[in-house]
Design a protein around this ligand. Sequence first.
Ligand code: AMP
Length: 591
Amino acid sequence: MMDAQGPVVSVIHKRTHQRLEPNLVDYERTVAEFDWTKAARLLDGLPGGAGLNVAYEAVDRHLNHGRGDRTALRWLGREGQRREFSYTDLARVTNQFANALEGLNVAAGERVFVLLGRLPELYVAVLGALKARCVVTPLFSAFGPEPIATRAEIGDARVLVTTPELYKRKVQGLRPRLPGLRHVILVGQAQQDEPGVSAWSELVDTASPEYTIAPTDPETMSLLHFTSGTTGRPKGAMHVHAAVLAHLVTGRYALDLHDDDVFWCTADPGWVTGTSYGIIAPLVCGVTNVVLEAEFDAQTWYGILERERVNVWYTAPTAIRMMMKLGAEAVKGFDLSALRFMASVGEPLNPEAVVWGQEAFGMPIHDNWWQTETGGIMISNFAALDIKPGSMGRPLPGIGAAIVERDGADLRFIAEPMVDGELALKTPWPSMMRGYLHEDERYRKCFVDGWYLTGDLARRDADGYYWFVGRADDVIKSSGHLIGPFEVESALMEHPAVAEAGVIGIPDAMAGEVVKAFVALKPGREPDEALRRELLGHARQRLGAAVAPKQIEFRSNLPKTRSGKIMRRLLKARELGLPEGDLSTLESDEK
Ligand code: AMP
């Protein structure tokens, strides 16, 4: 059932007796009074008015406020190892990394790519490179060689920080494609005699721990995050140092981080959430940031929440669904009395999951929404507001949101509640992307009349809560990872048997969506089981398990428009038994 207030499900009322007063208590008043310029006073800026640098705000600033001894990073290794870095320790090791880059003559503005599992060195490299005013691109360590090569080519990677194993398996063979990649820094047992390849232990551990960050204009590029569109190669969304203000404000308001909190974000820094909220926001807020090297395992996770006395937990729907499958009982044996606030992002969070949070953890899960391009959380369920399970919440103070419809070069604003349209955000805000690298046209197309169009379809109810409806384009969200169908199709097309490929996402109870490919073969090739397996293996090898299709189906022909574009929309409608919609542009068909 649906009315102007949204689907009729029971609202979870705000908790009036919270152990700690939320940072944002009066939403309406804060929204009315909020001003980004005033909020900027919460940051220190570089000493002597030398600008603004993310790494300074995240690390060194706390030393000046007498919080240097506080634990910044608590790393929990796969084999039960434990390493802690105070803010003072982190300042020193990130200085060492910045010095190591300078020792290699890596200049400000050059790109440092990081391809690592969740190791302490990942965090040190990201922050150290930001100190050196290099541009950082974290890559997902489960990517196969192709996504790595494409991103390193587009982003002109100058330095790569990785492990010997990942280097050998995924990067070494790509070196001829990456002539601009001058330095590889290997973490771990590295025996290197290749020119341009050095060991972290020799390069970084021996560097000076003293470093002064050079003046940094807040508009200097800081992070280059790759994301996917429907067509073409991945897009490099450019972010700047000024974005750190949004990380501070969202850390405090949306995640309700308080000074003495222990915080855990389960996302991998190879994706934007893992960088913005797994590295920057918690450190800027000065809390203790827990990092778990291992992958998901419900019992291990509950054990960490208990042992580390985690106060604020930021996770994702796929993980929550996997926990739900094991039942609320599995949580009961653990002492989670420290846990105060739970949040989720990345894909739609089922209303049942929000309610399950209540049952299992004694508190609801707060869904929030953002994307690579927005740089930080934009819409959120706040600690001090009622939750409508299934809704993404309300806009962050300082963020204007609307539901719109593109009308040629104009925008039509949809004022009626619960009517579908595209989610749009009023520009500017500090963490907004400043461009897609080398793709001005693609970037410009995202904006109309001073509004950024997100590519997501949503609704707003009469109380101002936003509800996710779906994507306006063909990108796929699988286990929270955004996958561009074109990248998958291109990898399949490299196989000599493939004539054409069309890739879609199909619903999956755990992962949200999984990637499915439809493939038409070249003449003379038989669509048998052996070839299907070979193609699955080929795609997995090229793209890595996180991106490769889970299913492949052969077709003698794929539906195409008159201009020859494969109609993924139609493939999907047929796969799911949905209405086929407007077929006026259909030229050739699979049937
Ligand atoms: P990414 O840029 O990889 O972070 O993916 C961003 C996309 O993930 C958004 O444009 C949405 O399509 C989806 N997304 C993120 N958060 C949510 C949410 N809370 N509910 C539904 N979809 C979400």
